[in-house]
Design a protein around this ligand. Structure first.
Ligand code: 13P
Length: 287
């Protein structure tokens, strides 16, 4: 059964480790992530962007697929199904479809409007027992065609949003989605420290987990990050494994296109990436 992310993140923050959010894009990715979490006895959050939700035939299809896998694969570790960077309308649609966790990204609204919309969703999620992630200070880079400038969040605004009763808070600290440019200034630990000082026990979320050096990840966890999102790195490992398979001519062995064969190396590569991240984040054995 899907669970809210609240308990796993409260434990992670108290235990000074982080739970990985791995974004899903199809059946093979979802299966690879769930099997790895089960093997490593790690809690896990499956992230679904609005674009990926559309691609996978809508939120209800995603909920059906994930619930089916939990049962058929005998998954017993805590799993949350989480809308990633949801719009206000997308958040409502996922709540109706049966997601167990929602991110409402109101970071592009003026702070008053972000607060008003987040408040409405806090009330709904509380009634239904769902976890809710809010965002302050937009995360840079491109996600689903939306390009953010990359900011450091204002710690006072973070406190105002945390006080609304959200479960977890994503705050921009110089992180961006996708690959980091050569001249990236790194994470602003000063900002993170100030945000944690104002928000106390609130689990903080680090987006753009791809390509952040291990020492920065560890420092971020020591300063209150309890959830780390990874997407691009799984896409890159999937792509590389598939490219090698095709270059070796193995998809051309006379039987035509067989997804079970063509997508298998990519799925194995995702398992390896997820394992590496869970070990780095410290969530192994914490289910
Ligand atoms: P990356 O694609 O950089 O790993 O970021 C993922 C993310 O933050 C999803 O919200």
């Amino acid at each position: 059964m899907l669970v809210s992310a609240k308990e796993m993140l409260t434990k992670a923050k108290a235990g000074k480790y982080a739970v990985g959010q791995f974004n899903i894009n199809n059946l093979e990715w979802t299966k690879a992530i769930l099997q790895t979490a089960q093997e490593l006895q790690s809690p896990v959050i499956l992230g679904v962007s609005e674009g990926a939700g559309k691609y996978m035939c809508g939120y209800k299809t995603v909920v059906g697929m994930v619930n089916g896998m939990l049962e058929e694969l005998n998954i017993t570790v805590p799993v949350a199904l989480h809308l990633d960077h949801g719009s206000f309308e997308g958040a409502k649609a996922c709540i109706n479809a049966g997601f167990s966790s929602i991110m409402f990204d109101g970071s592009h609204y003026p702070i008053e409007e972000n607060i008003a919309k987040t408040t409405e969703l806090v009330n709904t999620c509380n009634i239904l027992g769902l976890s809710l992630e809010a965002e302050v200070g937009s995360i840079g880079g491109e996600e689903d065609g939306v390009v953010g400038a990359g900011e450091c969040a204002d710690p006072d605004e973070c406190k105002a949003v945390a006080d609304l009763g959200v479960t977890m808070l994503a705050a921009g600290i110089g992180n961006i989605h996708g690959k980091y440019p050569e001249n990236w200034a790194g994470l602003s630990f000063e900002t993170l420290d100030a945000i944690q000082a104002k928000t106390g026990d609130m689990p903080l979320v680090l987006h753009g987990g791809t390509g952040i050096p291990a020492d920065m990840i560890k420092k971020a966890i020591s300063l209150g990050v309890a959830k780390i999102n990874v997407n691009t790195e799984c896409q890159l490992s999937f792509q590389e494994a598939t490219r090698k398979y095709i270059e070796a001519g193995k998809d051309l062995e006379g039987k035509g296109f067989d997804p079970r064969k063509l997508l298998a190396p990519g799925a194995e590569a995702i398992k390896a990436t997820v394992k590496e991240k869970m070990e780095l984040f410290g969530s192994v054995g914490k289910a």
